[in-house]
Ligand binder design. Sequence first.
Ligand code: HEM
Length: 90
Amino acid sequence: GVNGFQRITPSQLKKMTGRKGKPAWSSWQGKVYNITPYLPFHPGGEAELMKCAGRDGAKLFMEVHPWVNWENMLGSCLVGVLVPEEQSPL
Ligand code: HEM
């Protein structure tokens, strides 16, 4: 895609759980990030960060530390943008 970023559907995101050899992805404000490289560095631990794997992380993230800047921290881990599921043609 444009600038090499991928278009990712919610069902694709759901598979990126960080398990079974897949990377852990999480979305934030319509963008999808690979959180795998950050796991060992997360001050709250890997298990906590893994709770947002394969889904939108905004709610959990904002419950715990709304002062942390997700986009600044994980900017280099941006994978692509969330898009709607493929629509079958009429
Ligand atoms: C602490 C980053 C997701 C739970 C922190 C801190 C950072 C950080 C920078 C230190 C904050 C401070 O001391 O002011 C991130 C990033 C995330 C993420 C970039 C998403 C990509 C999550 C999620 C959870 C979580 C989803 C929980 C489900 C925690 C907890 C701490 C923490 C419990 C406190 C650790 C402590 O002080 O003992 N995180 N976090 N984080 N995070 Fe996250």
